[in-house]
Design a protein around this ligand. Structure first.
Ligand code: KMH
Ligand code: ZN
Length: 309
């Protein structure tokens, strides 16, 4: 695997896990998402990964117009690579999840490499006085849902992304998904360089340990050969695992989608605070941080002039 010269920091700013009452700093309206993404880019994130939220009450939404407002505003204000989610929220249909990417044709979009129980129901007990009625039922409901990504769905996503010049960032929650990607690559659906985000510590997915990160990278080398990879981790595992990933030659994903804290007991005031923290760790390891243009080179992206927003 060729040693990458500079490190890509991704900021995943909102996601569809956390709800507004879990942190006063959580970006849950389009304006807040735009602001958090631009500030995270200014702090050193070459890539921003975005989900849409309804401005009325912060619920995750597949609304294409809201996503258009978010990504076009980010693009107006900075040169960040915008990665649009096709994961959306667990309850959304495949079509709903893919539609914003098909319409907006980003350089990069997430592609969830297999089905997984994606459980965060325990977060409900952390909310005493919810701002919105939907929050606690939404969190609890994940106990009974599966985040479905069938092979039919994966082929539909990849054919569509390939057709529109959208590069997939494979979200990998467990080791079997590495094999799924190898299978799809064998079928000619995956173009080089393969780009994987190892998402550690989701309840239902692979536990967030360094041994498991080494295991994922080792399995990917055996099954796929050459690839670019990054590490993300949920909750308090975020900085230990992402730092380990940096030491192993991986890229880094932080942001309030994955973790609301900067350190145990201290809420992060923005994704930018986490970007600064991981950037400092990377620089102390002697690593240089890629800017957005360098990230475009590393990931073979089509350029921000070819998106539809
Ligand atoms: N919200 C999770 C169910 C992605 O962006 O594609 C899926 C997720 C991954 O956030
Ligand atoms: Zn996401």
């Amino acid at each position: 695997m060729s040693k990458q010269s500079k490190i890509i920091i991704t900021a995943a700013v909102t996601g569809a896990t956390h709800t507004p009452s879990l942190s006063p700093y959580f970006p849950s309206t389009p304006d807040q998402i735009i602001e958090d993404a631009v500030k995270a880019h200014e702090a050193g994130a070459a890539v921003v990964h975005v989900h849409a939220r309804d401005p009325k009450d912060g619920t995750p939404t597949p609304d294409i117009n809201i996503m258009r407002e978010i990504v076009s505003s980010i693009k107006k204000r900075c040169n960040a690579v915008v990665c649009i989610t096709t994961g959306g929220a667990v309850w959304m249909s495949s079509e709903q999840r893919l539609a914003p990417a098909v319409e907006l044709k980003p350089e990069l979009a997430s592609c969830n490499a297999g089905s997984v129980n994606f459980v965060f129901s325990d977060l409900a007990s952390k909310i005493k006085d919810p701002k919105f009625d939907w929050e606690i039922p939404y969190l609890k409901r994940t106990h009974e849902l599966v985040f479905t990504n069938t092979f039919t769905g994966l082929e539909y996503y990849l054919n569509t992304m390939n057709e529109h010049g959208i590069r997939p960032e494979f979200e990998v929650y467990d080791v079997g998904m590495v094999n799924n990607i190898a299978y799809l690559k064998e079928k000619g659906l995956v173009r080089e360089p393969v780009y994987m985000q190892f998402v550690m510590g989701i309840l239902g997915g692979i536990p967030a340990t360094v041994d498991n990160l080494v295991y994922l990278v080792k399995t990917a080398r055996e099954q796929i050969g050459d690839f670019v990879w990054s590490c993300a981790a949920a909750g308090k595992a975020q900085f230990p695992l992402v730092a380990a990933g940096l030491a192993m030659g991986g890229n880094a994903r932080v942001g309030l989608e994955d973790n609301l804290y900067l350190k145990p007991g201290v809420l992060a005031k923005s994704s930018a605070e986490q970007v600064i923290q991981i950037r400092e760790i990377a620089e102390r390891l002697g690593l240089e941080i890629a800017n957005s243009e360098e990230a475009r080179q590393i990931l073979a992206l089509k350029g921000s002039d070819k998106v539809n927003f």
